[in-house]
Design a protein around this ligand. Structure first.
Ligand SMILES: [Zn+2]
Length: 211
């Protein structure tokens, strides 16, 4: 078992920070990565479905090259390769709600085997109000669970806890889980409809009352 940096007794942590859309999740992930790199640590940035391809960017104007975590990517193999070459102190993983369960398992193994820290970021629930698969697995495995504390609000003023999917302005709980915001779903039954997302409190998510 190769240590990332040979530090005796170094023990990594798997930390899961979760939020809803609009919680600034990706911005926080990018900032954490940026700060650790500036401190001289060696790490990898991982994401999925970023609109800019493999560059993670944020409204802060900071961007870094990233590994895109598509279905075939073995995150443990990636970490081993990094540890064996330049060394690996940490991984920052964004959009983990979309990771396969086995990829989340791999992140746990990265921590245990290499001693690197894994800082994972993801959305809690999908538009149906159910935990994403990757999120559920991360909840089961993580050493620490941190809610992102950005105060998103429903139109009524209550704290927003749900990402609602609107099709032509009407809340829907059916369809594919993975639909990226504001796309025209050309290969789905949503064809021709306008898909948007809105942050709602639990009450208005349940009643379906949108603004
Ligand atoms: Zn509300």
């Amino acid at each position: 078992m190769g240590r990332a940096d040979g530090g005796p007794g170094r023990q990594g942590i798997l930390r899961f920070s979760y939020g809803i859309m609009g919680s600034g999740k990706s911005t926080v992930a990018l900032q954490v990565h940026h700060n650790l790199i500036r401190r001289g640590l060696r790490g990898v940035l991982c994401t999925l479905f970023d609109r800019e391809g493999t560059i993670v960017s944020s409204r802060l104007g900071v961007s870094h090259p990233a590994v895109e975590v598509t279905a075939g990517v073995d995150l443990l193999a990636l970490a081993r390769a990094e540890a064996a070459t330049g060394g690996l102190d940490f991984m920052v993983c964004d959009e983990v709600q979309f990771y396969a369960e086995e990829q989340v398992d791999q992140l746990g193994a990265v921590v245990d085997e290499t001693g690197a820290d894994v800082f994972a970021y993801g959305l809690l629930t999908d538009f149906r109000g159910r935990l994403f698969d990757g999120t559920r697995r991360m909840m089961e495995l993580a050493d620490e669970h941190l809610p992102l504390s950005v105060e998103a609000r429903c139109w009524c003023g209550r704290r927003a806890t749900h990402n609602a999917r609107l099709v032509d302005g009407t809340l829907t709980r059916e369809g594919e889980t993975v639909v990226i915001g504001d796309t025209e779903g050309a290969d789905t039954p949503l064809f021709g409809s306008k898909v948007t997302y809105e942050l709602l409190c639990r009450h208005h998510f349940t009643t379906g009352e949108v603004r």
